[in-house]
Design a protein around this ligand. Structure first.
Ligand SMILES: Nc1nc2c(ncn2[C@@H]2O[C@H](COP(=O)(O)OP(=O)(O)O)[C@@H](O)[C@H]2O)c(=O)[nH]1
Ligand SMILES: [Mg+2]
Length: 502
């Protein structure tokens, strides 16, 4: 095996004095920015809305629909500022952050509206600025600037690493990987791990192989069949720009005792890279994006977990607790009060509620979130829960099967979707009965018989079958333009923004 030495300059922790000076300069820069932003908020009231969720949760669709609905005056009965006629106009403006890619609103709208196709998935942070002209309740003309920041939930779930040592993280990752179904998926990585001596000399090939097998394991967990959610480090699955750098080439080790790593050992090398990952990736995300948010919506694809099975539902619960933990006030405070998260409202939204007949989905997510609030000992921001469809692709119907009457949904399944032996072509409309959800999540994870989801086995045996549907045709509005139909997007808007139109 070839042994190479690490490249110290990429890791940024080599000269403590220089690092300290850089850190102070960085703090000063961030504090100056915070003061500037505060000043400009006084002149131009601004809300920075974070939209997050794991890959596929529905962030792109949510933002596209939200902006389209506000710009085109969609029917949003629960969103008071619009219903009362106080919103005059909403328009896009250039965003404030030059280094962040723009959210490709026009392209996503074209896909939805012209092609009736879901937008392409994106895997990085992006931003969009919408300026809303409205009348205050007293009748004065005002504007509210809405900066929407779309960022991967995988990145959010990295924040807990900031409070963890390499040893703690290794122990936690290993413990998790010994629980089924993870254990099965981790077998190749576990086998490789058993060949490593952490205190032996540092070894680039061992690090490369370890990181690759560990990433393969995370990827297998995320596969639709298992749909597990809690899979840090987030950039292993959503690498962004730096894939392949040493800061990404590490993995947990099975560490005994509590001794510090021997100099020049594999353990020391992994630890250094773990710390580099935190300082190059996690901390900048915290400073550049997270602390600047005012409001947050966390999108949750509970249906993917239901399609997979009880283990995925349990994992989703743990993930919600971890997400909530990230918003705990004071948790990640580094330095001054200006760099504290200021989020005062968090909305957990179960997406794709149009896949179910009128829905117990909200109750299920509420149950999970309540547990998470307890587990994370959360207090601080106001929290609400909603089940919504930013773009409603189906209609409800009741179909008769023999004597039974099944609450069903009608829509066009996306090309390639399959139920049993039937594969859909993307043009035929069908009526489908996706399955009835129980009253609460307890029944999902603790039932005597574990439920079976569509991704886990043959469709005829599945208790839940949530197919992907094509986007719907457009709906004309009262004002004569067209908009996308939705479910409860207005409730989400009212909670997230309603109080800011004063
Ligand atoms: N029926 C329906 N499907 C949705 C909705 N939102 C998202 N989806 C589906 O979920 C997929 C992923 O959504 P996307 O917004 O790209 O997720 P992101 O990775 O979080 O940005 C889409 O391609 C759609 O198939 C919705 O409101 N209704
Ligand atoms: Mg996206």
């Amino acid at each position: 095996m070839i042994t190479q030495t690490d490249q110290p300059k990429t890791c940024g922790v080599i000269n403590p004095m220089l690092t300290r000076v850089q850190a102070i300069a960085e703090e000063a820069r961030l504090a100056a920015r915070a003061i500037l932003e505060f000043g400009s908020h006084l002149l131009h009231p601004t809300v920075r809305l974070g939209v997050t969720g794991l890959s596929g949760a529905g962030k792109t669709v949510f933002i596209t629909a939200l902006v389209h609905d506000l710009m085109h005056g969609a029917r949003l009965p629960v969103f008071e500022p619009l219903t009362s006629g106080r919103i005059a106009r909403a328009r896009l403006e250039p965003q404030p952050d030059d280094a962040v890619p723009r959210f490709e609103y026009e392209r996503h709208v074209d896909a939805l509206v012209k092609d009736r196709a879901w937008p392409e998935s994106t895997r990085r942070v992006s931003e969009l600025r919408l300026v809303v002209e409205y009348q205050s309740s007293g009748g004065a003309d005002r504007t509210l600037t809405l900066d929407i920041v779309d960022y991967p939930g995988e990145w959010l779930l990295d924040l807990p690493l900031l409070a963890m040592s390499y040893r703690e993280w290794s122990a936690q990752a290993l413990k998790l990987s010994y629980e089924e179904p993870r254990r099965r998926l981790a077998s190749r990585w576990h086998a490789h791990l058993a060949t490593l001596d952490p205190e032996a000399g540092e070894d680039e090939q061992a690090a490369l192989a370890g990181a690759k097998l560990f990433t393969d394991y995370l990827r297998a967990c995320r596969d639709a069949r298992y749909a597990l959610s809690l899979l840090p480090p987030g950039r292993f699955l959503m690498p962004g720009e730096r894939a392949g750098a040493p800061a990404f080439t590490f993995a947990p080790l099975a560490l005994g005792g509590a001794e510090a790593p021997a100099k020049g050992s594999l353990h020391a090398m992994m630890e250094r890279r773990f710390e580099a990952y935190k300082s190059l990736v996690v901390r900048p995300f915290f400073h550049e994006h997270f602390v600047r948010l005012d409001r947050q919506v966390v999108l949750v694809d509970a249906l993917a977990a239901l399609n997979a099975g009880p283990a995925a539902v349990k994992d989703l619960e743990a993930t919600l607790a971890a997400i909530l933990g990230c918003f705990r006030p004071g948790r990640w405070t580094l330095g001054s009060a200006l760099m504290r998260p200021r989020i005062d409202r968090i909305l957990f939204a179960a997406t794709k509620a149009d896949h179910l007949h009128h829905t117990s989905l909200e109750r299920i997510l509420a149950g999970m979130t309540e547990q998470a609030i307890g587990r994370a000992k959360f207090s601080g921001a106001r929290i609400d829960v909603v089940a919504l469809a930013a773009v409603r692709a189906t209609r409800e119907a009741t179909i008769a099967r023999g004597r039974e009457r099944l609450p069903s949904i009608i829509g066009v399944p996306a090309a390639g979707e399959a139920a049993g032996t039937e594969v859909f072509d993307g043009s035929a409309e069908i009526a489908a009965f996706p399955g009835d959800l129980p009253e609460d999540t307890g029944a999902l994870v603790a039932g005597a018989e574990p439920f079976r989801g569509l991704s886990a086995g043959p469709a005829r045996d599945a208790d839940y079958r949530f197919l992907r549907f094509r986007p719907p045709p457009l709906e004309p509005t009262d004002a004569g333009s067209v908009t996308l139909p939705h479910i409860r997007l207005d409730r989400a808007l009212q909670f997230l923004l309603g109080d800011r139109f004063i």
